[in-house]
Design a protein around this ligand. Structure first.
Ligand code: TAP
Length: 497
């Protein structure tokens, strides 16, 4: 595959730019549009319909009507499964175009979108579709004369507000369990990356999803997002994004209808490498994957390397060698492993963190400067700070870029204490040859996922989400992922003895 072939395909793309409400693509009530840019060039990709509170009202009315009509909510689970499996097949059939759209809108390498984001989204839709006709209710141990069942019902109208880093994969992570359970869903993609969610809506129509069950509202957080958070007709709000905005959704809920809120938020994940590790290269490969994949714009990015003093120097040599193989460049070039950051403003924010690292006394040993300036895009290469202490800003705050902070420790106890000394608790990794150390650390670290000798978020069979300020109200993925989208109902029947 050549970058040139992809350019020809880019020219042939005609992305959907209208909102999707009540089963049709349409303009917003205000008629306004906003530009979505290509992060690799800074050039406009398309003008997209800008939804606000009036459009949220329309989408909620359509969603409630569909829910009450039962065309989806009361469809047999095995039939909902069929529609969702058709949707997954359609996504697979259009995977190359969807990956291209994702790469253009987000700046990530095309091959990452094709080989990671798309299979992830397809697998997620299939997994939840397959699950839904295999979830049973309960019969409770009541006294004689009573039959009591606990059944799971859809919550009703679900709102989903999502970020820009894995637009299609996170859309699938919310859409699949919410729709599988029989809910209606209203989704607001991030303003930077609205295109693949709109493309998915078109495929949902083709798959046979009834009108009103899905709406996609491109727009801004302060307007469309807030209107969803405060809407009296939305029963559950599933949010993925920053901890700061997550707090707003709790407030919106408290000030409106006390809708259920689930929050998947930020992280500052520790990667611990202990003394005695024999083979450093596999650890270095995983460290690179953890902080460089997706340009470091990953909530669970392994951004704090906590390393035992006895092996730090040797490890850092191997890590730097490995980081040098992560080529920065045009996302459409097959050789590229690090594409463009989402936007100029984000690059400037990261450069601000880099300045703060220097000012607070950390040693910049790699990268730290913007690259590819002639492209018009926002590029930054692998960046490493050594000599970081856990009180520095670069160790405490989520940078959301390819910036690794190295913290040296002298013992297992100190490594655990540093790892846990964070507001966040999304993910962690431990690299060790000692099974006892691995097991002790996995137990002691306060995080939703602890990976041993790898960087992994797991697959659809296991829950994903955070402790502390990384999450609230539930988990995504796995059977846990269904819980936020259903209500348990007790049916208590007095029968004649
Ligand atoms: P945010 O700025 O929090 O934006 C996320 C979504 O919230 C966007 O759709 C945004 O709309 C909307 N929003 C912004 N302000 C709002 C407001 N006042 N009221 C209602 N909605 C509002 O996050 P981001 O920059 O897109 O993504 C990066 C963050 O997401 C990082 O912190 C990252 O860790 C987190 N993240 C977490 C996870 C998991 S699973 N834990 C996964 C991916 C990302 P606009 O697009 O208009 O701003």
């Amino acid at each position: 595959m050549e970058a040139l072939d992809l350019r020809a395909r880019v020219a042939a793309l005609t992305p959907e730019t209208r909102a999707f409400i009540g089963g049709t693509f349409c303009d917003s009530a205000s008629g306004r549009r906003f530009a979505t840019l290509n992060p690799a060039t800074g050039q406009k990709l398309a003008d997209v319909v800008e939804c606000d509170a009036a459009d949220v009202d329309r989408a909620v009315a359509a969603a409630r009507k569909a829910f009450a009509a039962g065309t989806w909510s009361r469809m047999a689970p095995k039939d909902r499964k069929r529609v969702l499996l058709r949707l997954a097949d359609l996504v697979e059939a259009h995977a190359e175009d969807l990956a291209l759209l994702e790469s253009l809108d987000n700046g990530k390498p095309y091959l990452d979108a094709l080989n990671a984001d798309l299979p992830d989204a397809i697998e997620t839709i299939r997994w939840h579709a397959e699950t839904i006709d295999k979830i049973w209710g309960q019969v409770s141990p009541t006294p004689p004369g009573v039959v009591s069942m606990v059944v799971r019902e859809p919550v009703g109208v679900v709102g989903a507000v999502i970020p820009w880093n894995f637009p299609l994969a996170i859309t699938a992570m919310k859409l699949a369990p919410a729709l599988a359970a029989g809910n209606s869903l209203i989704l607001k993609p991030a303003e930077q990356t609205p295109l693949t969610a709109l493309a998915l809506a078109a495929l949902a129509v083709e798959a046979g999803l009834p009108d009103g069950v899905l709406s996609v509202l491109p727009g801004f957080g302060e307007t469309a997002g807030q209107a969803m958070g405060r809407h009296m007709g939305i029963d559950c709000l599933s949010f993925t994004g920053s901890t700061e905005v997550g707090r707003y959704f709790l407030k919106y809920s408290a000030e409106s209808n006390l809708k259920k809120v689930t929050l998947e938020l930020g992280g500052k994940s520790p990667v611990i490498v202990m003394d005695g590790l024999r083979n450093l290269q596999p650890a270095a490969d995983q460290i690179a994957m953890g902080i460089l994949f997706s340009q470091g714009e990953n909530c669970s990015a392994g951004s704090r390397l906590i390393v035992h003093r006895a092996i730090k120097d040797r490890l850092l040599e191997v890590v730097q060698e490995t980081f040098r193989t992560w080529t920065v460049g045009d996302p459409l070039d097959p050789a590229t492993k690090i594409g463009a950051l989402i936007e100029e403003r984000h690059l400037q924010r990261i450069l601000g963190f880099i300045e703060s690292g220097k000012a607070q006394g950390a040693r910049l040993i790699m990268g730290g400067e913007r690259l590819q300036t002639a492209s018009g895009g926002a590029f930054l290469g692998p960046t490493i700070f050594d000599g970081v202490t856990n009180d520095m800003q670069i160790a405490r705050e989520e940078i959301f870029g390819p910036v690794l902070s190295v913290i040296t420790v002298d013992s297992e106890e100190e490594a655990i204490a540093v790892a846990n000394d964070s507001d966040y608790g999304l993910a962690a990794s431990v690299h060790t040859d000692d099974l006892h150390v691995a097991h002790r650390m996995a137990g002691a670290i306060r995080a939703g996922t602890v990976s041993v000798n790898c960087f992994s978020e797991g697959d659809n069979s296991v829950p994903f989400g955070g402790f502390k300020m990384s999450g609230f109200g539930g988990r995504e993925k796995g059977l846990f992922g269904h819980e936020q989208y259903t209500e348990p109902k007790t049916i208590w029947i007095q029968i004649e003895a």
